[in-house]
Design a protein around this ligand. Structure first.
Ligand code: F3S
Length: 249
């Protein structure tokens, strides 16, 4: 059975804006993105929202729903009571372009700072032999759909704009971890670079990134903590330290 829901949606551009109230029809089985589309079709034709697949796989419709970072297409209306007012706002960590659409280019800049996978030259594609545990690690990290909800929720940059130049963020810590632990990546990535150059040291393991990941990637346990351990092992291992002094690596 359908009902009328109360929606409060952030409208505005370039930092100026306000919350606007709407009453809008909801039908059985719908998700928040359906309601945003109905608003566009009936009451707010210029309401800007980024979306694409409507199946939780493209990572486009990231937004904050009642203050929680979520995908609009994966948030069922049935999770709210019928008399609840549902507030929809853009991601807080990135500059707003218009309404619910943010400029997420910060993330693409961070992606460019990580050198790509570098395989050995003497092993041809198809000849790679990897242990299942290494395959599974890459597969888990590669489930990332780049919705940037983890980047948005991390307090290191959510509350501190000034940390952005020094902090790559959880999405890129899983990328760095995947490459650093990949048995066929031959680039010397120095695990402590993650700590010092990409800002892993700013992370104090709040695990908020893991909580919001729609792909349920264990960002903190499987990527961030192992990378912190690898960085520390390498930095404080007396044999590695001595070797680095002797061979000036
Ligand atoms: Fe941020 Fe995740 Fe660490 S939310 S503080 S990167 S555990």
């Amino acid at each position: 059975m359908g009902y009328k829901a109360k929606f409060r949606v952030w409208r505005g551009e370039s930092g100026e804006g306000r919350l606007e109230d709407f009453t809008v029809e909801v039908n059985e089985g719908e998700v928040v993105l359906d309601i945003i589309h109905r608003l566009q079709a009936t009451q707010a034709p210029d309401l800007a929202v980024r979306w694409n697949c409507k199946a939780g796989k493209c990572g486009s419709c990231s937004m904050e729903i009642n203050g929680k970072p979520r995908l609009g297409c994966m948030t069922r209306m049935s999770t709210f009571t019928e008399d609840e007012t549902i507030t929809v706002t853009p991601l807080r960590t990135f500059p707003v372009i218009k309404d619910l659409v943010c400029d997420v280019s910060f993330n693409y800049e961070k992606a460019r700072e990580i050198p790509s996978f570098t395989p050995p030259t003497d092993v041809k594609p198809g000849e790679y032999r990897m242990q299942q545990v290494d395959v599974q690690r890459s597969q888990e990290f590669r489930k990332c759909i780049e919705c940037f909800l983890c980047q948005n929720v991390c307090h290191v940059i959510r509350d501190h704009e000034e940390n952005k130049p020094a902090f790559a963020g959880p999405r890129f810590f899983i990328r760095i971890a995947e490459l650093d632990m990949h048995p066929y990546d031959v680039r010397d990535r120095r695990p402590q670079a993650a700590q010092e150059e990409h800002g892993l040291g700013y992370c104090n393991i709040t695990k908020c990134c893991t909580e919001v990941c729609p792909e349920h990637i264990k960002i903190t346990d499987n990527a961030i903590i192992p990378m912190k351990e690898r960085a520390v092992d390498r930095k404080y291992d007396p044999l590695v330290w001595l070797g680095s002094k002797i061979f000036k690596r």
